[in-house]
Design a protein around this ligand. Sequence first.
Ligand SMILES: [Zn+2]
Length: 324
Amino acid sequence: MAACLCNLDPGVAYEGPRVVYATLGGSPTWGLGDRFHEIAATHGHARLGTHRPRTPYGPGPSVEHYRAPSGREFLRIPSYGQVIDEDPELRASEWKTFWILWKAGVRVLLVGGTSGSCDWRRSAADEDAVRPGDLVLPRSYLTRDTMPMGLPGTELEFCLPRQVAIMDDPFCPPLADTLRAHAGRLGSFRFRRVHGPEAGVVLNRWLAGNGFESLATCRMLETLGRQMSMPVITGDCVSPVLARVCGMHLAYYHVVANWGTGLEVEDPTIALNRLYMETLPPVAAAFELGFLDAASEPTACWCRELLRARPPEYARAQSPRSEQ
Ligand SMILES: [Zn+2]
């Protein structure tokens, strides 16, 4: 991450709500603008307040506090914690967002995204392919950037000598099962196909950028996917390592909106805008709200065990902190 640490203020205290469940509403609900709470109200979810916590890295994003029909409270940080006109990487958006979630006590984090498919199987006969209109619960991820893996100015800044994140099952499998169950309860709406973790879909992480993938990148990912027998999708993805280091179970879903380049035979702008503005937002909102109301904290996964403690000698092998 290119963000600068010159203004780091480790003394900032978290003053927002404390909850176990949270979501980073992303591109599936962009079409609702700032009206997610209105849709939530129609499903019986009350927005209790909106906060703007300070963080050690500067002013944080909006944090919405909800109570679900079951009585459970959860947080929603809109659009991955991105702030209008601010470069997310430059402004340490992921550090700010995860610091808030970590301080709030979040242990189950739901994240959704929309993605482009780089499946190599492109003919109409390829029924098993990951195509636009599908729901994907990814098995693993690739990253093209240097992901944030800790929270500077806290005990999680660089915890490698004390604990290491094993990145098998980056997306909590029992929560993927819960998401799959909720995908079948969306009224008259049906995804063309649901690809669960067993389908081995790889999410090529990229949290923020001003463009679609290039043709060359898509061809590379198609080729890679064919060689690995793991289809690749490209789209927004928060750092799975940071979520694991912060002790969170990550529930991840992706709606495949288009092919990787963003281009199709028909006008891509019109088709994509219709999808993002009309079709997807109410479905994605209902999907997320249903999950947040009903999902339980998993016990049959190994997300916590995969954050492995290390022998104390490893920490002593490093230089002690200076007195400054
Ligand atoms: Zn888990």
